[in-house]
Design a protein around this ligand. Structure first.
Ligand SMILES: Nc1ncnc2c1ncn2[C@@H]1O[C@H](COP(=O)(O)OP(=O)(O)OP(=O)(O)O)[C@@H](O)[C@H]1O
Ligand SMILES: [Mg+2]
Length: 358
């Protein structure tokens, strides 16, 4: 399922704030999320108050004292919300990977086996265009590029986009990217000028959601919590929930396809056991006949109405093996099936017809 890297070589533009709070907002919307801290500064790890002595370094480095699998270091922090931590040792990986083959695909390789277990994987990148960021871009389906609206921060964007395009061409993969305006101060004229400038240049590559400056986001990070936990009614929480909704709209289709595929597999598995049964009743004078039983909770509703053709009332059902009690309701009168001799008494002192499917 979609992997999203949050990247921009510019420091302090809101990458970590976005990675953490977008993940929390997706998780609260019933998506299973894995947040990967891929920055040696480990702000995501600290920003969620996680302390552990192992990190993604132990999975990727050949020199790690303790070599581990990705699954061994995944920590569940909340319902639907898992995290892979980072630490300062990750900074040594740059040099270590320098001489290795396929060095830009190491992260992709380790994420591949667990990709389908998550609805979204979010990667927080370091503030540079080194091999760690390249690995994150190489493994993702979309790059979110946070751009701070209150500073002049467009320069450098072209370089990042050029790298994304280069990775797409060279490695023959499809990577979408979008710009997210962050730390937007609506009191400043400059913020609106920046917004307009980015809109003119990047058009539909800009998220509709804008992340406003909100002190609660800073406080939450300092307290080691995400914004939905810290203050779910804050402006910051609303903005990140809105971003999550936008992301879910963009990736909604693949998710629907996944669910449809799962559904088809279930149907394929169960289908050979299901049997088609036609119930019928000759009652030319009747105006309305229902078929009710265990299979429809004895409900008199539109779907239990039988069809009439030349006085014969019929209803086709697809049922799994088992035994079913049923009756007909002819113009309000509950009757047994006159053609079925298999009957059992019911609690009302009458008889229900019994159908057994083996
Ligand atoms: N919308 C916002 N409103 C107020 N403060 C914000 C907002 N977004 C981020 N900040 C604050 O700005 C600082 C930098 O944000 P953040 O750590 O998310 O940036 P970053 O791009 O991950 O930085 P780095 O490049 O160092 O990894 C943090 O103190 C954070 O709390
Ligand atoms: Mg950061």
């Amino acid at each position: 399922m979609p992997i999203i890297a949050v990247a921009n070589q510019k420091g302090g533009c809101g990458k970590t704030t976005t990675a953490v709070n977008l993940s929390a907002s997706l998780a609260i919307n019933k998506n299973k999320v894995l947040l990967v801290d891929f920055d040696p500064q480990a702000h995501t790890t600290f920003g969620l108050s996680i302390s552990t002595d192992v990190s993604i370094y132990n999975v990727l480095s050949e020199f790690a004292e303790k070599r581990l699998n990705l699954k061994d270091i995944i920590i569940n922090i909340e319902q639907n919300f898992d995290i892979v931590t980072s630490n300062i040792l990750l900074s040594t990986l740059e040099q270590e990977l320098a001489n290795q083959i396929s060095r830009e695909s190491r992260l992709k390789e380790i994420l591949e086996p667990i990709k389908n277990e998550y609805d979204y994987i979010i990667i927080d990148c370091p503030p540079n265009l080194g091999i760690l960021t390249i690995n994150a871009i190489r493994s993702c389906d979309m790059v979110i590029i946070p751009v701070e609206a209150s500073r002049f921060s467009i320069e450098g964007l072209d370089k990042l986009i050029e790298i994304i395009n280069l990775i797409q061409e060279r490695l023959n993969c499809k990577i979408n990217w979008r710009i997210l305006l962050t730390i937007f101060d609506s009191r400043l004229k400059h913020s609106f000028e920046m917004w307009q400038k980015i809109k003119d240049k990047f058009k539909d590559k800009l998220f509709d959601t804008v992340i406003h400056i909100n002190v609660k986001l800073k406080e939450a990070q300092n307290e080691g919590r995400h914004i939905l936990e810290y203050d779910r009614y804050s402006r910051g929480a609303k903005d990140y929930l809105s971003l999550a909704r936008e992301i879910m709209m963009i990736f909604g289709k693949p998710l629907m396809e996944k669910m449809e595929k799962q559904m088809q597999e279930i149907i394929k598995e169960k289908l050979p056991q299901l049997k088609e049964v036609i119930f019928s009743l000759d009652m030319p004078q009747a105006r309305e006949v229902y078929l009710v039983g265990d299979f429809n909770n004895w409900k008199l509703e539109q779907t239990s109405l039988m069809e009439s053709k030349e006085g014969r009332w019929t209803k086709k059902l697809t049922l799994a093996p088992g035994s079913y009690r049923y009756r007909f309701v002819v113009d309000g009168n509950w009757i047994e099936d006159p053609y079925n001799l298999n009957k059992v008494p019911n609690p009302f002192g009458q008889m229900d017809s019994l159908l057994e499917i083996t």
